[in-house]
Design a protein around this ligand. Structure first.
Ligand SMILES: Nc1ncnc2c1ncn2[C@@H]1O[C@H](COP(=O)(O)OP(=O)(O)OP(=O)(O)O)[C@@H](O)[C@H]1O
Ligand SMILES: [Mg+2]
Length: 382
């Protein structure tokens, strides 16, 4: 379970630290930084896939994603005596992402490239990385670190540092190059875990949504991120998963309706009062979305961490209570982070279980959180 998430220099998240529990909702007004937090988590999981630099480029590159305000906002700027303006920088330009979990922590620091003869001169560079045991990075608990191109690992039995790379390219994370069974197996474990984080933010329900089409079904313990294998995922839950919970949540949400999966793996819903079941192509957007969420949340192979971006989109308020119950059920097997701006969902979750509600707000362009007593944090040094 992640216990802390830390982001610095990423969009409006100039310096944000969150303590996390088993079930978390991140909420706040428009522009407060919710989606940015979601994307920061995605970027972290991209690091473990070797895709972080590419994802940053797809977001417009480091120049666009870096905090666009001054390094510090002075008291005179806040009081309006002086306009907000850039001051001479004390520190380097840097975008930093990290997390701590119950056993390991990881952080990465990305910065501007050193000018050189290349057409990829806008690619950000990985300046520092660190992996440690326990909560906060310290001198004695780190066991892998990177500084510039140098990477070293600590031998866990002797405690000695050993050089691993002298020249790891600045676009490669040490998470991609050090994990091996012999002396990097904690890194391997951590990387596989980060790869296993499951994100849902693009469950399409429009007329042409993949979930509305018949499909070739194979056993599907994990719903695809676009929901295209909905029928197979539902059938897998029925055969090897929480079939009863699925049946109950559908009946609960849709007045006694039942689900079936047709010959071509299309989802069918029998609603009271109708002579024939409706197929996925005929379901309303909200109904389809609820089915997609149920298939994602009742996965027979639950991930360690599941992150859902605005799951409430297009759901009627009546469905928010069943959705909250579904989320609570899922949080028994996975840590859940929900990004939502639906007050009603936040309240339903708060009523249903011990939910950590994290409110974001923006002040002087910078995201702040409502949390008090956030965990201590230290970034790796460059
Ligand atoms: N490089 C940057 N530096 C500072 N602020 C930025 C930067 N890029 C974007 N922002 C601002 O960060 C804020 C947070 O955006 P974000 O998309 O995370 O908001 P949100 O909470 O998801 O809002 P919504 O509810 O409207 O989706 C926005 O106001 C945006 O203009
Ligand atoms: Mg948003």
């Amino acid at each position: 379970m992640l216990t802390c998430l830390a982001v610095s220099g990423y969009r409006s998240l100039r310096d944000v630290r969150l303590g996390l529990g088993p079930l978390n909702v991140i909420t706040g007004p428009n522009g407060s930084g919710k989606s940015s937090l979601y994307r920061a988590l995605r970027l972290l999981s991209d690091v473990a896939q070797g895709r972080a630099i590419g994802s940053l480029a797809a977001e417009g590159g480091l120049e666009s994603t870096l905090w666009a305000g001054p390094e510090k906002i002075s008291r005179d700027m806040r009081s309006g005596r002086f306009p907000v303006q850039g001051t001479r920088r004390d520190g380097p330009v840097s975008l930093r992402l990290g997390f701590a979990s119950e056993d390991f922590g990881y952080a990465i620091d990305l910065g501007l490239p050193i000018p050189s003869l290349t057409r990829f001169s806008h690619d950000p560079e990985i300046k520092a990385e660190s992996v440690w045991t326990g909560q906060m990075l310290g001198r004695s608990n780190s066991f892998a670190d990177r500084n510039g191109q140098r990477v070293r690992l600590r031998n866990r039995s002797t405690g000695e540092w050993q050089a691993r790379f002298a020249e790891l390219p600045a676009y490669d994370s040490m998470m991609m190059h050090c994990p091996d069974a012999a002396d990097g197996h904690e890194l391997l474990l951590l990387r596989e875990r980060m790869r296993g984080w499951r994100f849902y933010d693009d469950l399409r329900t429009d007329r042409d949504a993949p979930a509305r089409r018949p499909q070739i079904g194979t056993r599907t313990p994990v719903l695809a991120s676009d929901g295209s294998d909905l029928g197979a995922a539902i059938q897998t839950i029925v055969e090897i998963g929480a079939a009863d919970t699925l049946r109950e949540t559908i009946a609960d949400a849709f007045d006694g309706a039942t689900l079936a999966v047709g010959a071509r793996f299309e989802v069918e819903m029998q609603q009271p009062g109708l002579l024939r079941p409706l197929v996925a192509a005929e379901l309303s957007d909200g109904t389809l979305r609820y089915l997609l969420l149920a298939a994602a949340l009742l996965s027979p192979r639950p991930p360690e961490l599941m992150i859902l971006n605005e799951p409430e989109a297009s759901l009627h308020p009546d469905l928010l209570d069943p959705l909250a119950r579904l989320l609570v059920t899922a949080s028994r097997h996975s840590q859940i982070i929900i990004v939502s701006h639906a007050r009603a969902l936040v309240e339903a979750l708060d009523r249903a279980a011990d939910t950590l509600v994290i409110e974001l707000r923006k002040e002087w362009g910078e995201t702040h959180t409502s949390q008090v007593g956030v965990p201590d944090w230290a970034w790796p040094k460059r």
